[in-house]
Design a protein around this ligand. Sequence first.
Ligand code: TXA
Ligand code: MG
Length: 330
Amino acid sequence: MILPGSDPQAIDEAARRLAAGELVGIPTETVYGLAADAASDAAVARIFEAKGRPSDHPLIVHVTGVQAARHFARELPDVALRLMARFWPGPLTVILPRREGVGRAATGGQDSIGLRCPSHPVARALLAACERRPTPVLGLAAPSANRFGRVSPTTAAHVQSEFGAALLVLDGGACEVGIESAIVDCTRGAPVLLRPGVLTRDQIEAACGERVRLPHEAAQPAPRASGTLESHYAPRARVRLMDGASLRTALALVGADAPAIGVWARGPLHSRQRQIAWRVMPPDPADAARELFAVLREFDEQGVDLIWIETPPDSAEWAGVNDRLRRAAA
Ligand code: TXA
Ligand code: MG
């Protein structure tokens, strides 16, 4: 059931269900999430079950702000406070030391916890309504609302197509950002960028006031985390990344008996073959991020066998998009 997220009654109903341990599909500015009360191990178990995700993979917990973050985090290192002050509410998750006794299931038993304060007005209204419950719900564990390993949802209809009509989904329109939040680990001394998002490493470093490492530069190994698995965000069709020249060569070789191909190219293309569906990738990385998962889904719905994507520039602004594309192609 999809309800308008702008309706206060829908928000109240969603908060009531969450407080009762049920799951709700929620919009955020990045992607839609499948939410449950982060303090309830039983409710969180339903997320893992619905997604088919291994239960030792940590989930991100969504909160109203720094105050609520203190409930879940044992301490807030200075670098984390700087990141929150600069980017919350917004598409940034910080990994912090977890407070003993809270959110154990949500973190897959790890002693750290990922916290994020989303900026989407519907998510914020819902989090506030959850805090106002007779028994306050102070955090919502919410991974992307897709089955494990599949493409993340950026509309309410995508969520419904993943989990069916029985799930309550709050409709907040198409997601503005389109790819998941950047994740910065603040538990390992120097900050580590575990997952790139639309915020660039430069922007994150400027806020931290210090160098931000990439996982392979960090002293300690990264924890288990599905966003960091090699193959992830995968549509049904096989995805291949190619530079512009290779793409044009490959297209020229497509014969009338070739399988159906979806092409996401950075400029207009020519092919005489009817089985080629193509879309133009926006020149701006933020626009491309917004469209990315929806384009993969559309190609899947059109039933293409192959998806060929022209590789974007290998620059900092494109890091988040390139990360998701590489995983979709892995
Ligand atoms: O934009 C987003 O972050 C979306 C929306 C719904 O907010 N959420 C999201 O959640 O992407 P999810 O569960 O699909 O991604 C969670 C990822 C894990 O796969 C892992 O990479 C990282 O967050 N993570 C969460 N908690 C962690 C922890 N304690 N230590 C290390 N990584 C963690
Ligand atoms: Mg995900």
